[in-house]
Design a binder for this molecule. Structure first.
Ligand code: ADP
Ligand code: 5GP
Length: 187
């Protein structure tokens, strides 16, 4: 059985990672998106077990202690982690597995899965990132400020990644994302 490919997509909150991932999943049903665990409260419309596994801090700590997380990180005062259980199974079945995680988590994955394809999504500018965070209208003012501060630190990390997508025009970014994953060489 061929081994699948682990694909890590990272970049600042609000840059459009979720939008790109959802669009790509709609085109490729052979891709598997890992569902993370988080201590963050659900946003309007988010569903437990679909968008995230929403857990308490003590449940999250238990997951760490029992070795259930492939990686985890603290982001904007909440914990986020990748459950190990079905990822290894999917990879062993030859499936492409997508992780949408923060920069710290992406760095940790580089240690455990050096062959993972690692993609960084950049905003066209910090002003546009702020517009997207505000336009999404799902985070408090405090959460937006925290995410923008975090973004300034994260952007510097982009050069550590195999591939960079500047998410300006959405359809061009989606095309580039698809090309990277399915290894179609253009330009
Ligand atoms: P992330 O998952 O990185 O936090 P989202 O996918 O939730 O970001 O996108 C944040 C906001 O930006 C959403 O309102 C989304 O519709 C919008 N958005 C995403 N990509 C683009 C783009 N290329 N141009 C304009 N708006 C975008
Ligand atoms: P949000 O609260 O906006 O959903 O996510 C905040 C940040 O946490 C985003 O950068 C997102 O990619 C990241 N994130 C989501 N799940 C995980 C995970 O399992 N591990 C890590 N390290 N980061 C995650």
């Amino acid at each position: 059985m061929p081994s699948g490919q682990l694909i890590v997509l990272t970049g600042p909150s609000g840059v459009g990672k979720g939008t790109l991932v959802r669009s790509l999943l709609a085109r490729h049903n052979d891709l598997y998106l890992s569902i993370s665990a988080t201590t963050r409260s659900p946003r309007r419309g988010e569903i437990d077990g679909k968008d995230y596994y929403f857990v308490t801090r003590s449940q999250f700590k238990k997951m760490i202690d029992q070795g259930e997380l492939l990686e985890w990180a603290e982001y904007a005062n909440n914990c986020y982690g990748t459950p190990r259980f079905d990822i290894e199974k999917k990879l062993n079945s030859g499936i492409k597995v997508l992780l949408e995680i923060d920069v710290v988590g992406a760095r940790n994955i580089k240690q455990t899965f050096p062959d993972a394809l690692r993609i960084f999504v950049l905003p066209p500018s910090l002003e546009e990132l702020e517009r997207r965070l505000r336009g999404r209208d799902k985070d408090s003012q405090e959460a937006i400020t925290c995410r923008l501060e975090q973004a300034k630190k994260e952007l510097i990390a982009s050069r550590e990644f195999n591939h960079i997508i500047v998410n300006d025009n959405l359809s061009q970014s989606l095309q580039k994302f698809e090309n990277i994953i399915f290894a179609i060489e253009l330009n």
